[in-house]
Design a protein around this ligand. Structure first.
Ligand code: THG
Length: 270
């Protein structure tokens, strides 16, 4: 699994305040904590409240200064994405995200190519969030074809079927699982398939259990990347175990430690 740490997001109070005050402390701390837990990418999101691309440049620079981890530049605004990419030092990064909207594709695909970045495409379009499997597959296929034509190979493309809160849109959870499986048939090798995991448990009780259970089910259908709370040890253990079930890793009695070692995972002793 490709793990993308969700925590540097203005939706969290400490990060929102850090951005407003340009105080790097909380951002640096969460960058280090998530990197220590083996995150492959740090998702960096300035939130809906900020319109200023310079906020994204600051947030990316602040996180990237303290860890070598790749950055997922998360914004719906093209100007903010561009500012984030320009603030980076050429390390691998992920543009999060485009939609199937042709106006976005024609700007963001060349931007990904220019910066050697990967690109995440949400399976939605100008008409909004998809309510069924067919619309998700249609939008994902649109992103996929535009990416290939634009020079981005499947290995640099992530498709996101748009996971919604089970509390409010219960029937969409199953649609997301079906869409994931459909996405795996787009090409061989398939593009990466990713979700924003914590969406599913939004406003629910038992958030941890809902997140963990959905993730394992989604891995069985072909999910190979996830934006999630990498500090959740039970979630990480479930991922390590699911990788065994899917025959992606060889069984050993110490498979959890092997998983952690592969990721260079360290625990803080202080
Ligand atoms: N797809 C893609 N990118 C995404 C998402 C997605 N980026 C943002 C989001 N969705 C993924 N990140 C989060 C981060 C936090 C939460 C959910 C998704 C979250 N926050 C708490 C809540 O909503 O209850 C509130 C935070 C707090 O405790 O203050 O759950 O789907 N490509």
């Amino acid at each position: 699994m490709i793990l993308i740490g969700e925590r540097i997001n203005a939706g969290f109070k400490d990060i929102g305040a850090a951005i407003r005050e340009k105080n790097p402390t909380a951002v640096e701390e969460w960058a280090k904590l998530q990197a220590e837990r083996g995150a492959d990418y740090l998702d960096v999101n300035i939130g809906a409240a900020s319109r200023d691309p310079e906020d994204m440049a600051w947030l990316v620079r602040t996180a990237a200064a303290v860890v070598p981890t790749k950055i997922s530049v998360d914004s719906t605004k093209i100007e903010a994405v561009q500012a984030g990419l320009e603030a980076l030092d050429g390390r691998g990064c992920l543009i999060n995200s485009t939609t199937a909207d042709p106006g976005k594709l024609e700007k963001l695909i060349p931007l990904a190519v220019k910066h050697d970045a990967s690109l995440l495409g949400l399976a939605m379009d100008e008409r909004g969030s998809p309510q069924n499997v067919e619309r998700r597959v249609e939008n994902a296929a649109m992103v996929f074809m535009a990416a290939i034509e634009g020079g981005l190979p499947p290995e640099r493309l992530f498709l996101d079927p748009i996971l919604m809160p089970i509390k409010f849109m219960q029937e969409q959870t199953l649609n997301v699982l079906d869409a994931i499986e459909q996405f795996t048939h787009l090409s061989d090798p398939a593009p990466h398939i990713s979700v924003g995991l914590s969406n599913v448990a939004s406003k629910a009780t038992e958030r941890g259990r809902i997140n963990r259970t959905f993730l394992v089910m989604a891995m069985a259908r072909g999910l190979d990347a996830v934006i999630c709370d990498v500090m959740d040890d039970e979630l990480i253990a479930a991922i390590a175990t699911a990788e065994l079930m899917l025959n992606q890793e060889i069984y050993s009695d110490s498979y959890e430690r092997a998983f952690q070692a592969r990721r260079g995972l360290r625990r803080r002793t202080t």
